[in-house]
Design a protein around this ligand. Sequence first.
Ligand code: IMP
Length: 180
Amino acid sequence: MSKNQSKLEGKAVEVLLSEEQIRARIAEMGTAITHDYAGKPLKLVGVLKGSFMFMADLARAIDLPLKVDFIGTSSYQGTKSSGVVRITSDLSRPIEGEHVLLVEDIVDTGLTMKYLLENLETRRPDSVKVCALLHKPSRTQVKVPIDYKGFEIPDAFVVGYGLDWDGRLRNLPYIGAVRR
Ligand code: IMP
């Protein structure tokens, strides 16, 4: 096992993106969002559960007044997408007239994001854009616009920094690839 690999919960996990890489990229994304949303009522909507860590760091990298809400979705069982997206917990308030930035850990097939974009558009926000820390372009089933993208990654199952493997490993401070 190389020095970038460790065995966690019985799985071999290889560091894909270090804490430093994540921190530096989020600082850049925060600067871009601060520039683009100056003077607009911004609401960050974190997609639970995977975005919770990214959301906390991104919000602090944005130098603007903003509001925060969360929406819970589910489509995964273990490492396999069921393909059927469900809202497991809804927004706490209306978004009518607000500029919504959806904050997502990873866009994989795109099905979750497509569903959420269509769902939120019906609630009459002024705008809805997408900010995703990770994107796996090789897995795309439906194309969705990603307005702010952290990293493009290869087709590996990733864990850590909020992302889970069957509910586990969310608290790793880096993003690791699980050997299938
Ligand atoms: P999509 O609907 O296929 O784009 O998947 C979106 C959701 O699936 C993400 O919000 C994640 O919760 C989950 N997901 C997709 N790929 C991974 C992965 O590699 N590790 C952990 N969760 C993932």
